[in-house]
Design a protein around this ligand. Structure first.
Ligand SMILES: Cc1cc2nc3c(=O)[nH]c(=O)nc-3n(C[C@H](O)[C@H](O)[C@H](O)COP(=O)(O)OP(=O)(O)OC[C@H]3O[C@@H](n4cnc5c(N)ncnc54)[C@H](O)[C@@H]3O)c2cc1C
Length: 452
C-alpha cells in the first residue's frame, strides 16, 4: 500500500523555497494520479514521522514498512527513530536505497576485502560504481488498496506558492531524458561546462523528487551508448554523463558511511578554519551584484529559475568561500532557499568539496578566477548577457570585464545610467585569493605543529 507521511521536517524543507514547494506538490499529485490509474490509492498522513507511520501500519495491519532512505545526518537520525519505533511495535522496518542508482553497500562490498567501508575519494569510487550497476528492474510492483482514511495531499498554496503550470511527472521527466539523450548529451563532455541552453540535462529536480529514478537515467544512457552509429566522442560524452549520476551516488555513500553532524566538515583538520559568517559584500553575492559578471549571472539565474548551471555553481561558491572568505554553510543555506532540488547530502558534499574541507583530497583549495572562467566558457558573454540586462548592449570584451570597459569614456554612460548600473568589483580577485591562500597556509601549518 503506497503511503506518504508528510511530517513537519519534510514540510520545513519543502517550504524553504516556494518553487520547491510547487514542484514537490506537483510531483505528489502526479504520483497520486498514476497510482490511481493502476487501481491503487496513495494514502497521505500528516504528522511526526515515526508515530504517524506506526499508526498507519497498525490501521492497515501491515507487517513490514518499507521506506526510501535519506542520506544526510538529519534524515538518518529520523530514520533511526522510525526504525526503532516500528521494531518496538513488532513490525519489520525495511530501508530501501531508492535515490541512488547503486546502493552504498554495493560499492562498499568491493572495499570490504581491504577492510574499508565507503569511499572518500571519487576516482576509485567511480571504478567500483561501474562494476556494481544492477540490471534494470522490469517488473512493476502490485499494490493493495486498503480502506483507510487519508489526509489531504500537500498543495502549493499551503506554502504561499503558485502551482506549476505543467506539473512534473514521470512521463515528462522520461520525455526530457529522451530528448536530452537524442542530441545534447552527445556533446556533454565538451559542452557541460558552457553555461546556458540545454547543454546539461536539467534533471536535478526530477531526480531529487523521484519523478525519474537515477537507475532509469543510467540504464537509458547505457542503452544509448550501445548505438553502433555513434562517433567515439559521442559515446565518451554519454559515458561522462552516466558518470555524473555516479558522482551523485558518490555523495550519498559518503554521507552514509562517513556520517558527520550536519554542519561539521568531513576533514577533521579543517573543522576550526576561520571562515566568517558575515561580510559587507554577502548581500551583493546573494543578489548577483558583486561586479563579477559570471558570478552575478549565476546568482540571478538561480533567483529567477531555482536552478543554476553546475560550472557556475562552482565558480559562485568559490567566490563566496575564497574571495569573500565566507563560510560554505552560509552559501549552502542560501542555495537551499532558492534551489528547487532538495538534497542535503549532495548540497553538503558539493559545498564542502568546493571549500576544500570535504572529500576532495587536493593539497590546496582550488580557487576559480571568475574572469578567466568567463573567458574560457562564456567568451562571447551570451550567458552573462542573458542574466545581466545592464551589460547586454556592451561589446564582448567589456561584458567579461565591465570595470575595464567603464574606464573608457564612450562606455562610461551605459554602465552608470541610473537603473542600469552595474557595480564595480566588490573585491579584487587576485588580492583576495592571495590573502586567502596565506590564511590557509598559516592555518594548516598551525594544525600540523599542534599535531607534532
Ligand atoms: C556549490 C554546489 C552546490 C551544489 N548543490 C547541489 C544540490 O543541492 N543538489 C544537487 O542535486 N546537486 C548539487 N550540485 C551538483 C550539480 O551542480 C547539480 O547536480 C547540477 O547543477 C544539476 O544540473 P543538471 O541536472 O543539468 O546536471 P547534469 O550535468 O545533467 O548531471 C546529471 C545529474 O547528475 C547528478 N550530478 C552531476 N554532478 C553532480 C555533483 N557534482 N554532485 C551531485 N550530483 C551531481 C545530478 O543529479 C544531475 O542532475 C551542486 C554543485 C555545486 C558546485
Amino acid at each position: 500500500m503506497p503511503a506518504l507521511v508528510f511530517d513537519p521536517a519534510t514540510r520545513d524543507r519543502i517550504g524553504a523555497s516556494p518553487r520547491r514547494a510547487a514542484f514537490y506538490c506537483g510531483a505528489v499529485e502526479s504520483l497520486r494520479k498514476s497510482l490511481e490509474e493502476r487501481g491503487a490509492k496513495l494514502v497521505v498522513r500528516r504528522g511526526p514521522l515515526a508515530v504517524t507511520a506506526r499508526a498507519l501500519a497498525r490501521d492497515v495491519g501491515a507487517e513490514t514498512v518499507a521506506f526510501s532512505s535519506g542520506y544526510d545526518a538529519e534524515s538518518t537520525k529520523r530514520q533511526r527513530a522510525l526504525q526503532a519505533r516500528l521494531e518496538e511495535a513488532g513490525l519489520r522496518a525495511l530501508a530501501v536505497h531508492d535515490a541512488p542508482a547503486v546502493a552504498p553497500e554495493e560499492t562498499a562490498a568491493a572495499r570490504s576485502a581491504d577492510g574499508g567501508v565507503g569511499y572518500r575519494a571519487l576516482v576509485p569510487y567511480l571504478s567500483a560504481w561501474q562494476e556494481s550497476v544492477p540490471e534494470p528492474v522490469t517488473s512493476r510492483p502490485r499494490f493493495v488498496s486498503a480502506d483507510v482514511s487519508s489526509d489531504l495531499p500537500p498543495v502549493a498554496t499551503e506554502f504561499g506558492a503558485v502551482a506549476v503550470e505543467e506539473p512534473p511527472s514521470e512521463a515528462r521527466a522520461l520525455e526530457a531524458l529522451e530528448r536530452y539523450l537524442a542530441g545534447p548529451a552527445l556533446l556533454y563532455r565538451l559542452e557541460r561546462n558552457v553555461p546556458g541552453g540545454e547543454r546539461t540535462s536539467h534533471l536535478a529536480a526530477d531526480l531529487s523528487f523521484g519523478t525519474i529514478a537515477a537507475r532509469t537515467v543510467v540504464a537509458e544512457t547505457a542503452k544509448r551508448e550501445r548505438d553502433p552509429f555513434l562517433l567515439a566522442e559521442e559515446r565518451l560524452s554519454l559515458k561522462t554523463f552516466r558518470l555524473a549520476v555516479a558522482h551523485r551516488d558518490f555523495f550519498f555513500q559518503l554521507a552514509w558511511f562517513f556520517e558527520t553532524r550536519e554542519d561539521a566538515p568531513l576533514q577533521q583538520r579543517m573543522r576550526g578554519f576561520p571562515f566568517v559568517t558575515k561580510h559587507a559584500s554577502l548581500k551583493a553575492w546573494r543578489e548577483g551584484r558583486t561586479g563579477y559578471p559570471l558570478v552575478d549571472a549565476g546568482m540571478r539565474e538561480l533567483r529567477a529559475t531555482g536552478w543554476m548551471h553546475p560550472r557556475v555553481r562552482a565558480i559562485a561558491a568559490s567566490f563566496l568561500c575564497f574571495d569573500l572568505g565566507v563560510h560554505w554553510r552560509v552559501g549552502r543555506d542560501t542555495f537551499e532557499g532558492l534551489l528547487i532540488e532538495d538534497d542535503p547530502a549532495l548540497a553538503n558534499g558539493n559545498w564542502q568539496w568546493i571549500a576544500g574541507v570535504g572529500a576532495d583530497l587536493a593539497q590546496f583549495p582550488r580557487i576559480y578566477n571568475p574572469q578567466k572562467q568567463a573567458r574560457s566558457y562564456d567568451p562571447r558573454g551570451a550567458y552573462v548577457r542573458a542574466w545581466l540586462p545592464e551589460l547586454a548592449a556592451l561589446p564582448d570584451a567589456d561584458v567579461l570585464d565591465p570595470s575595464a570597459g567603464s574606464r573608457r569614456p564612450q562606455l562610461a554612460l551605459p554602465l552608470y545610467d541610473e537603473g542600469a548600473r552595474y557595480p564595480q568589483p566588490v573585491v579584487d580577485h587576485g588580492t583576495a585569493a592571495r590573502a586567502f591562500l596565506q590564511r590557509y597556509a598559516d592555518f594548516t601549518a598551525g594544525a600540523k605543529s599542534e599535531r607534532h
